[in-house]
Design a protein around this ligand. Structure first.
Ligand code: HMG
Ligand code: MG
Length: 299
C-alpha cells in the first residue's frame, strides 16, 4: 500500500457549504471567507454556482462574489455551471475554472437538474465547446456514486460509464460525489477498483459528505487506492438542497489533520484554516462541526 506524497484539497465550502443555508449570508461575508481560505493556503476554491437562482437562492449573488474578490495569484476560483447559460455567467466574471455536474441516478438527476442523465450530458456539449474556446478548464462531478436518496444502491459500472463520457467530452477530472454520505471504506475501494479499469487515478477526485461519519475513513481508503485530490468543506458546512437529510462534506480542518498525521503535504496553514472555519461558524451562529476545530479550541 502506498500513499500519495501530496494531496490537492478542493475547498467547496463557499458553494456546497453555503448553497443550502437558510440564514442568508451576505456577499461580503462570503468574500471574507474565500479570502481567508486562500490566505490559509487553499489553491482551489469553489466560490459559487451559476444555476437558476429560483432553485438555489443562496447562490444568486455569485456574480457579485466573483467580482468582489481580491484574487490571490496561484489560486483557482471555480464555479458550478449546469449549462451554457451558467458558463456564460461564470465567464463574464472571470471564473478561473468551472464544474459541470451529472449523477449516476436518474431520479436524483431529475430532482437536481430537472432532466435525465443523458440530457444533462447533451447540455454540457455546448458548454465544453465554449470553455475550450475560452481556455477554461472544466471539472466534472458525478453525484450519488455510492447511493441515491431516491433509488438506493447505485451500480459502479454506471458510475464508470458516466465518468468516461464526461472525460471524453473534455473534463480534466471527475469528482466522485457521495452526495448522501452513505459509503463505507469497503464500497469506496470496490468503486475505485471498477473505475480504474479504464480511468487513470490521476483523473479522479473524491467528494464525501459525512452523513454517517464515514468521510475520513473513506478518504483514507481512497488515498490507499492512489487518489490525490480530495474535496472538503470548511467547518463541515453544507448539504445538497435535493438530498434531504444529507450533511456537509468532510470538514477541511479534519482532512488537514488527517493528512498532517500521514505526512502528506497539502500546503495548508492549519491555524489560519481554523480561524476561517471559526469565522464562518460564528457568522452562521452555530458551532464549528469540525472535530479538529473543537479539539484545538478546547486545548
Ligand atoms: P430548468 O428549470 O429545467 O431550466 O433548470 P430551463 O432550461 O427549462 O430554464 C428555466 C429557467 O431557468 C429560465 O428562466 C432560464 O433562463 C433559467 P425563466 O425563463 O423561467 O425566467 N436558467 C438559468 N438561470 C440562471 N443560470 C442558469 C440557468 N439555466 C437556466 N445557469 C437548471 C435547469 C439546471 C438550471 C436548474 O435545474 C437548476 O438550477 N438546478 C439547481 C441545481 C443545483 O444547484 N443543485 C445543487 C448543486 S449540485 C450538488 O450539490 C452536488 C455536488 O456537490 C456533488 C455531490 O455532492 O454529489 C456537486
Ligand atoms: Mg456535494
Amino acid at each position: 500500500m502506498s500513499l500519495p506524497k501530496q494531496v490537492k484539497i478542493v475547498e467547496v465550502g463557499p458553494r456546497d457549504g453555503l448553497q443550502n443555508e437558510q440564514l442568508s449570508i451576505s456577499t461580503a461575508i462570503k468574500i471574507e471567507l474565500i479570502e481567508r481560505l486562500a490566505d490559509a493556503g487553499i489553491r482551489s476554491i469553489e466560490a459559487g454556482s451559476f444555476v437558476n437562482p429560483k432553485w438555489v437562492p443562496a447562490m444568486a449573488d455569485s456574480e457579485d462574489v466573483f467580482t468582489g474578490l481580491k484574487r490571490k495569484p496561484g489560486v483557482s476560483y471555480t464555479a458550478l455551471t449546469p449549462n451554457l447559460k451558467g458558463f456564460e455567467r461564470a465567464l463574464s466574471v472571470n471564473a478561473s475554472e468551472v464544474a459541470v455536474f451529472s449523477a449516476a441516478s436518474e431520479t436524483f438527476s431529475q430532482k437536481n437538474i430537472n432532466c435525465s442523465i443523458d440530457t444533462s450530458l447533451q447540455r454540457f456539449l455546448p458548454l465544453m465547446k465554449a470553455a475550450k474556446a475560452a481556455g477554461i478548464p472544466v471539472r466534472g462531478y458525478v453525484s450519488c456514486v455510492l447511493g441515491c436518496p431516491y433509488e438506493g444502491d447505485v451500480s459502479a459500472e454506471k458510475v464508470r460509464q458516466i465518468a468516461l463520457s464526461m472525460l471524453d467530452m473534455g473534463c480534466y477530472e471527475i469528482s466522485l460525489g457521495d452526495t448522501i454520505g452513505v459509503g463505507t471504506a469497503g464500497n469506496v475501494i470496490a468503486l475505485l477498483n471498477c473505475l480504474v479499469q479504464t480511468i487513470p487515478t490521476k483523473k479522479l477526485a473524491v467528494h464525501f459528505h459525512d452523513t454517517y461519519g464515514q468521510a475520513l475513513s473513506n478518504i483514507y481508503a481512497a488515498l490507499t487506492a492512489g487518489i490525490s485530490v480530495v474535496d472538503s468543506s470548511i467547518a463541515g458546512l453544507g448539504g445538497c438542497p435535493y438530498a434531504a437529510g444529507a450533511s456537509g462534506n468532510v470538514a477541511t480542518e479534519d482532512l488537514v489533520y488527517l493528512l498532517n498525521g500521514l505526512n502528506i503535504d497539502c500546503g495548508i496553514a492549519l491555524q489560519k484554516l481554523l480561524d476561517a472555519g471559526n469565522y464562518i461558524s460564528a457568522q452562521l451562529d452555530r458551532d464549528n462541526s469540525s472535530k479538529t476545530a473543537q479539539a484545538l479550541r478546547n486545548k
